[in-house]
Design a protein around this ligand. Structure first.
Ligand SMILES: [Zn+2]
Length: 420
């Protein structure tokens, strides 16, 4: 009897523990019926559709009359467009705006706990802006904190988007920052590795510590010449890709130079970040090899729209983005947020539209297309029965006027309402 009672108490503890954790998040109604003016399902717009959510998943989608409201809490979202929760393809949740503190000062003077404390605010702001998934591409000196922030969100300890973590990122020895006097060996903002032995070990080590993606730098501003220069050889990149692939982990590569992009593409990486000096030839190669571009048009400390839209740097970025569009390269929305304030992620979508992408294509690059690039198309990125209930509603229609993404009316992640 006593034994049975202990067992019963244990069973009760198991049942109530998730409920206690959940108590810190907003309440989860068992069934919710969302009635926006229209639903963008990730591919097509549907006027007069409704969406029913049961628990953490989308339960039914279709014309309002066809979706039963029985037992549901009804939420009217008049005038709004309901979309899949947006995806930020390139964030740094452990950085804050460079206009506040330079990268070097953040990495060398701000401690881990302080940076994590800030990151919790960044995650909340991201979610409130309608972004329910982020791929975080490097902690920039904050060790493996992205992995535990990911887990803290999963466990309901703090509000935030789903996080795909990449831990420290990998750079070729000598190519990264910070640099002080040559005699000082200071910790770098990413992990150095080269050649067969250390690259294999570091890729495996980062995966072992929780990386969902491996991030590498195929070029950087180093050496005696101005501008970026390639770092890893094609053989090194191939080795890293093969090593990561063996664990089912994809590789994302920072690259601005055409040569770095070429090497990364031929090495089998899945996304190229920035691509600022991409040529029509290299974008054609990317399209042929199904390598996606994460353009980060608005990366940096400056405001958007830029003070001088006709500066040489802006014109160059505009030209390379157009070349990528013309070549038919898959585009995943990603802004490099963290260099500018978290929560302002929508500026990248505005920039892509300003630089020639149709608004509906921009919204897809942050929903269905992004989900596919991230290998999450069966979980997120579309408003479809069985997908996780990651949803956002915006006043107006962002597939016609992208600025509607600034008017966030409603945010749900995993069936939990975070903004209404
Ligand atoms: Zn970045």
């Amino acid at each position: 009897m006593r034994l049975m009672r202990t067992k019963l108490l244990l069973a009760l503890a198991v049942v109530t523990l998730p409920a206690l954790i959940g108590a810190q998040a907003p309440a989860v109604p068992a069934i919710t019926l969302l009635k926006p003016a229209r639903v963008f399902d990730g591919d097509t717009m549907h006027e007069g559709w409704a969406v029913r959510v049961r628990g953490e998943r989308i339960d039914a989608v279709g014309p309002e009359a066809s979706v039963s409201a029985a037992g549901a809490k009804v939420i009217d979202l008049p005038g709004s467009t309901l979309t899949p929760g947006l995806v930020e393809g390139h964030s740094h949740i452990l950085l804050h705006a460079y206009s506040e503190t330079s990268w070097t000062d953040q990495v060398s003077k701000e401690g881990l706990a302080l940076r994590v404390a800030r990151a919790t605010n960044h995650l909340r702001a991201t979610l409130q802006a309608g972004f329910t998934t982020v791929r975080d591409l490097g902690t920039e000196g904050a060790q493996y904190a992205d992995v535990e922030l990911r887990d803290a969100v999963r466990q309901g300890i703090i509000p935030g988007p789903r996080i795909l973590a990449s831990t420290k990122a990998i750079v070729a020895t000598g190519s990264y920052q910070p640099k002080f006097i040559a005699e000082w060996n200071v910790p770098q903002g990413a992990e150095e590795a080269d050649g067969v032995d250390s690259l294999t070990r570091v890729v495996r080590d980062q995966i072992g510590r929780g990386a969902d993606w491996i991030k590498m730098y195929a070029d950087y501003r180093w050496g005696p010449m101005p501008g970026s220069r390639p770092t890893f050889s094609i053989e090194e990149l191939k080795l890293a890709v093969e090593t990561a692939k063996s664990a089912g982990v994809p590789v994302a590569v920072h690259s601005n130079t055409a040569e770095g992009m070429r090497r990364a593409t031929l090495a089998g990486v899945e996304t190229i970040e920035h691509g600022g000096e991409g040529t029509p030839d290299v974008f054609k190669l990317m399209a042929e090899h199904h390598v996606a571009l994460c353009p980060t048009i608005t990366a940096g400390a400056g405001p958007w729209p830029p003070a001088n839209p006709n500066s040489p740097a802006q014109l160059r970025k505009k030209e390379s983005f157009k070349a990528a569009l013309d070549a038919g390269v898959t585009i995943i929305n990603g802004s490099d947020v963290g260099t500018f304030p978290h929560g302002d992620n929508a500026r990248e979508l505005e920039a892509m539209v300003a630089y020639g992408m149709p608004p509906a294509a921009a919204v897809k690059s942050a929903t269905s297309v992004a989900a596919r690039v991230l290998h999450m198309e069966n979980q997120i990125g579309s408003v479809k029965q069985g997908r996780f209930a990651d949803l956002a509603a915006f006043d107006g229609d962002p597939t016609k006027d992208i600025s509607a993404l600034r008017k966030v009316k409603f945010v749900m992640k995993n069936g939990v309402i975070y903004k209404q």
